[in-house]
Design a protein around this ligand. Structure first.
Ligand code: GLN
Length: 549
């Protein structure tokens, strides 16, 4: 039987519960324990797949095709193990299950109620991952903030589990904020006291309080929080703002969060933390030897969370290359033929981001053209790959009105078309081509060099595809389909011959990049950008020399 840790949040949202949960998991994993993390979200959508990125940030996709909260991305990046549908549960999914059961007559004769039926279903799902012997510890992050109406059934489920389980099998970590009042030059504990009281009123008392703070907490302040919140002083953990999320496990190690947890759960026989790979990564991250500027062309760039996994994948790929990757966000809606040179001229690489719908796509196409014509390293992801295909059709093959039928159903050249299996689908939730699919890579291609393999598996989230009716025209003109699904022939990778680095992928490689396994396409893209930057610097130095002579 696994042991369970619940992570709740108080005072405000966005305190970084996901990062604290992932950091704690990392430390426990580094001591030889098998750990997984799951997220329970209190909203009514069955999953975040139908949410706009402005609402919810990126939608993270697992191997088994679940559309999930972006915190699962952090769990995978930290722990280096895959998550699944079972790792993300929403109120919508809970109610859907209970209502389906009610219709099937499973509760025949009974009034179906929040307690016990909804809370029973929450508890069943909270325990699920711990039941097959695969994990020693299951960490559950509760989305939302304590006191929210919608999170009440989840807190109630935790209360019941704590009551049902032996004391050493279950514990609660509460993350709160200690605000600093500039005028008074003081850190304030009252909001934390209130949020712990609120949690206690709901029947759950935290065992550990993690305090997010901009300034160090004195021992006196920690004692005060401990006294008022009824925990031991060593169970008050300082979580100072960190330069990068990847420093947080180290900070939690210094604070002894893992040891308190191990003691409370009465786990013996753990080893000393083995974090050499993690430390090696941090060392490289903090001491870059070069620098590149990558343009991220997207339409949701106002919100950093919309491209979370892409940004994190650049951090991993930058570190392994000992290179600081500066990502510049460029709004695709405002790129046109007249300003493209000005906007892109300082870049060392161009990434065209995934997306849906027609807003901003012409700007993406213009940006791809610039990269193709100027030998600028190019990397297109999903919609970004589709834009590269359209750009090539329009400007190399001369098919002026070529398009995706997502944007123009009447185009004479539907070079990107709706997948056959998508044509009959009417419902929007969970109906895209989702999750891991195999891809066979052409020997000798750029993709082959990048992956060092001809058989790979990558995660997908799309409805449209490269239209194989035009495959010959593209191949003859130099845009090669270098990766295909072995069963269906769907094109998964395109690359441009004669260009130093030009690759578009129909899948989402960013979802599989972790600290310990930076994704090879990102790693090679950063390398190509480094080369481009070096060549630019050499050319500039040459020019200067000429000038002085
Ligand atoms: N809108 C495109 C499609 O559905 C691309 C999706 C994406 O970029 N994730 O095929």
């Amino acid at each position: 039987m696994a042991k369970y840790i619940f992570v709740t949040g108080g005072v405000t949202s966005s305190l970084g519960k996901g990062i604290i949960a992932a950091s704690l998991a990392k430390l426990l994993q580094s001591r030889g324990l098998k750990v997984t993390i799951q997220k329970f979200d209190p909203y009514i959508n069955v999953d975040p797949g139908t949410l706009n990125p402005y609402e919810h940030g990126e939608c993270y996709v697992t191997d088994d095709g679940a559309e999930t909260d972006l915190d699962l991305g952090h769990y995978e990046r930290f722990l280096n193990i895959p998550t699944s549908q079972a790792n993300n549960v929403t109120t919508g999914r809970i109610y859907q299950t209970v209502i389906n059961k009610e219709r099937e007559g499973e509760y025949l004769g009974k009034t179906v109620q929040v307690i016990p039926h909804i809370t029973d279903e929450i508890k069943r799902r909270m325990l699920l991952l711990g039941e097959n012997g695969k994990y020693d510890i299951v960490i559950t992050e509760l989305g939302g903030t304590v006191g929210d109406i919608e999170s009440l059934p989840f807190v109630e489920a935790v209360r019941q589990l704590q009551w049902e389980m032996p004391e050493e099998d279950c514990m609660v970590v509460h993350l709160t904020l200690i605000p600093y009042l500039k005028a008074a030059k003081e850190l304030k504990t009252k909001p934390t006291q209130h949020s712990v009281r609120l949690l206690s009123q709901e029947g759950v008392h935290p065992n550990v309080i993690v305090c997010r703070t901009e300034h160090a907490l004195s021992d006196e302040l920690k004692r005060k929080i401990a006294l008022f919140c009824n925990v031991k002083p060593n169970a008050v953990i300082e979580a100072m703002d960190a330069g990068t999320i990847y420093e947080v496990p180290m900070k939690m190690l210094q604070e002894g969060l893992d040891l308190i947890v191990l003691k409370k759960l009465r786990i013996n026989g753990y080893s000393a933390p083995e974090l050499s790979k993690w430390r090696g990564f941090l060392d490289k991250l903090n001491h870059p030897k070069s620098r590149v500027t990558i343009g991220l062309i997207g339409k949701y760039i106002e919100l950093q969370d919309a491209y979370k996994s892409i940004l994190e994948a650049f951090i991993h790929a930058g570190a392994i290359n000992e290179c600081k990757v500066q990502v510049v966000n460029i709004h695709s809606e405002f790129i046109n033929d007249d300003n493209v040179q000005e906007k892109l001229k300082d870049l060392d690489g161009l990434l065209v981001a995934p997306g849906f719908g027609s807003r901003g796509i012409e700007g993406k196409i213009i940006a791809v053209k610039y990269a193709r014509e100027n030998n600028l390293p190019f990397f297109g992801i999903c919609l970004g790959m589709q834009m590269a295909v359209i750009e090539f059709a329009r400007n190399v093959l001369g098919w002026k009105d070529a398009n995706s039928t997502e944007m123009n159903t009447a185009t004479p050249y539907p070079v990107i078309a709706l997948m056959e299996e998508q044509k009959k689908i009417k419902k929007k939730g969970g109906t895209m081509r989702l999750g891991a699919y195999p891809c066979s890579i052409e020997q000798g291609s750029l993709a082959n060099k990048i992956y060092q393999s001809t058989e790979i598996s990558e995660r997908h989230r799309h409805r449209w595809e490269f239209n194989n009716n035009f495959i010959k025209d593209f191949t003859n003109a130099g845009l090669q389909p270098s990766g295909k699904n072995p069963a269906t022939g769907l094109v998964e990778i395109v690359e441009l011959t004669g260009h130093p680095f030009f690759i578009g992928v129909q899948y989402h490689p960013e979802l599989k990049s972790t600290v310990e396994n930076p994704h090879p396409v990102f790693v090679h893209f950063v390398q190509a950008a480094k080369k481009f930057a070096e060549a630019k610097a050499e050319a500039k130095a040459g020019k200067l020399e000429k000038h002085t002579v």
